[in-house]
Design a protein around this ligand. Structure first.
Ligand code: IMP
Ligand code: MG
Length: 399
């Protein structure tokens, strides 16, 4: 059975923990979108790991695949693997020959862009790497193995984006990238062939989503999105496998909502309560350290996410953070331009949430706790199958 684990909100739902928790049931963990903008926090034996490129389940001895739909910063990957090695982990990873490479030029492009218009990106060169890909001037992993051709490609990017690089600068970047390529040569494969063959041979795959549905370039809060299809649909082009191989989609939703970066966030709250939840939930970006914006649970977002991703069950995370609140608000629909909406419209910035208020709980044995879970299930018609109430693996309940 092949399962996708997808973020239902704005990223940071706790996918890393859920993937790690489920990993033992699978042979392969495959990522298909994004790059080192992702920050997946996994706690193993009281040690916290913030993974950006290595698929979370790869720490459990599974094979981690970095699919062609990703944009990969090999320098970050090298650093990440080094840290893991120091902690006693040597994950097995394979990298798609067709994945695109994030180079220093992409980061420079992004810095220039963010000066003119603020999306609040992670500044990991993600958007520009997808930009060069779609413009057909991108650099693929396979291109790292021919330094002369690579130099030409880098020069073309520099020219097209008016980066004004000297020949020497371009040559130095090419040299560094081809040396990184050499380092990872053994890990590079035509992963679409490898994966299809593995699945045909009966191996099971967990598809690890990154970011969240509301950051999806097509269905998120455009233009305040990341530059890839982060939803479950993205995994087919992002890995080169046909839809028939996806058996189930599990959605991961935080018990409240957070967002890092700019963009509409209807259920956002400010002030003391927001600060308290941020501290209790340690809501600071795993990649950038930025404080996350905080808000109540937004059911139209979950409803939409269920629909777009084909979600059949939900893992609710960080439910412990809400414990001991007297009252909890839940956004059940929106009022936008005088009309009522059950799903986020493409003009979410014009929407105000309509709240229902629920009683809080002080222990997970309380009736009110069950009521919160049932309220979510009934409103979006999906069963909650996993409840996570802490970063550690043990703090997970299967329902
Ligand atoms: P980019 O992906 O760096 O281009 O950033 C685009 C938007 O997506 C920004 O608002 C980022 O904060 C957000 N973003 C990107 N990756 C993640 C993630 O893994 N978690 C949460 N937000 C993310
Ligand atoms: Mg994260």
């Amino acid at each position: 059975m092949n399962v996708a684990v997808i973020g239902m909100q704005f990223g940071d739902e706790g996918k890393g923990k859920i993937v790690d928790y489920l990993a033992s049931d699978f042979d392969i963990i495959a990522r298909y979108c994004g790059g080192s903008n992702a920050g997946h926090t996994v706690v193993i034996e009281n040690k916290k790991f913030k993974l950006h490129l290595v698929p979370s389940g790869a720490l459990r001895g599974k094979i981690g695949v970095l699919g062609n739909g990703m944009v990969i910063d090999l320098q970050v990957l090298r650093e990440e693997l080094r840290e893991l090695k120091d902690a006693g982990f040597e994950p097995k990873i394979i990298i798609s020959s067709r994945a695109h490479v994030v180079t220093p030029l992409h980061k420079e492009m992004e810095a220039l862009e963010e000066k003119v218009r603020n999306i609040g990106t992670t500044r990991r060169g993600i958007g520009p790497a997808y930009e060069t890909k779609v413009k057909r001037v991108g650099i693929r992993i396979i291109d790292l193995f021919n330094q002369d051709a690579l130099t030409k490609k880098l020069r073309l990017i520099s020219t097209l984006w008016h980066l004004d690089k000297s020949n020497e600068e371009i040559e130095n970047i090419a040299k560094e990238l081809s040396s990184l390529g050499k380092e990872f040569k053994e890990n590079v494969k035509d992963t679409e062939l490898w994966l299809n063959q593995a699945i045909s041979a009966g191996k099971s795959v967990l598809f690890e989503g990154a970011q969240g549905t509301m950051l999806d370039v097509d269905f998120g809060t455009y233009p305040f999105v990341t530059s890839s299809n982060t939803n479950s649909l993205g995994l087919f082009p992002g890995l080169g496998i046909p839809p028939k191989y996806l058996d189930k989609v599990i959605g991961v939703a935080k018990a409240y909502t957070t967002r890092v970066g700019e963009g509409p966030f209807p259920t956002e709250i400010h002030g003391e309560l927001a600060d308290m939840l941020r501290n209790k939930g340690n809501e600071y970006g795993a990649t950038t350290g930025r404080p996350r914006r905080i808000g109540w649970l937004d059911l139209p977002v979950l409803r939409y996410s269920k629909l777009i991703n084909g979600i059949e069950e939900i893992a609710i995370t960080k439910i412990d953070v809400l414990q001991n609140l007297r009252e909890i608000q839940v956004g059940v629909k929106y009022s936008c331009k005088g009309e009522s909406f059950e799903y986020p419209p493409p003009f979410l910035e014009s929407c105000k949430p309509v709240y229902e208020s629920l009683d809080g709980w002080s222990s997970m044995d309380d009736e009110e706790f069950q009521r919160y879970l049932r309220f979510i299930e009934e409103n979006i018609s999906v069963k909650i199958k996993i409840v996570s109430y802490g970063a550690e693996r043990e703090k997970t309940m299967r329902l």
